[in-house]
Design a protein around this ligand. Structure first.
Ligand code: 5GP
Length: 187
């Protein structure tokens, strides 16, 4: 059986990765969305094993020691990482797998899995990114500032990826991603 393709969707926090991917999810049943582990606290409405596996720092570090992560990174004071075993299993079963991760992690996947398809989702402008991050109201201003500082660095990495999709309109970004996936399936 043909193995699935690993897609990595990266880009700064606030670019709309979550929104775009939840729309894609409704439209493509052949995609498996990896659930990441993190040490950040759950936001209201988030549940363990749904948006993330919420781990204590010691437990996350133990998993680093066991080499359990395909990639992991420290992002604004917390760890985030992709557990390798479930991703491998789904790929073996022939599913395409999507990781929604920040830029340092995406580069690690690129090193380890040169066959992974890397998509950089960019906001239309830095001002728009700032507006979206503040508008969603999930972080205090100090954390928003840290996310924006990180975003400035992340935006300089866009050209290292296979595709850049500008999220000016969610519909448009979802269509672009669908085209990328379709072209890989036909290849
Ligand atoms: P948030 O705290 O907003 O849920 O996520 C913060 C950032 O961490 C986002 O850019 C998100 O895409 C990224 N992220 C989520 N899961 C992972 C992961 O498993 N690995 C890495 N490297 N980044 C992740």
């Amino acid at each position: 059986m043909r193995k699935g393709t690993l897609y990595v969707v990266t880009g700064p926090s606030g670019a709309g990765k979550g929104t775009v991917l939840s729309r894609l999810r409704e439209e493509d049943g052949r995609l498996f969305y990896s659930i990441s582990a993190t040490t950040r606290a759950p936001r209201p409405g988030e549940a363990d094993g749904v948006q993330y596996y919420f781990l204590k720092k010691e437990d996350f570090e133990a998993k680093i020691g066991q080499n359990a992560f395909l990639e992991y990174a420290k992002y604004v004071d917390n760890y985030y990482g992709t557990l390798e075993a479930p991703v491998e299993e789904k790929l073996r079963e022939g599913f395409d797998v999507i990781l929604e991760i920040e830029v340092q992690g995406a580069m690690q996947v690129h090193e380890k899995r040169p066959d992974a398809v890397l998509v950089f989702l960019a906001p239309p402008s830095f001002d728009e990114l700032a507006r979206r991050l503040r508008g969603r109201g999930t972080e205090e201003e100090e954390k928003v500032q840290k996310r924006l500082e990180t975003a400035r660095q992340e935006l300089t990495c866009a050209e290292k990826f296979d595709y850049t999709v500008i999220n000016d309109e969610v519909e448009h970004a979802v269509d672009e991603l669908k085209k990328i996936i379709l072209s890989r399936r036909e290849a």
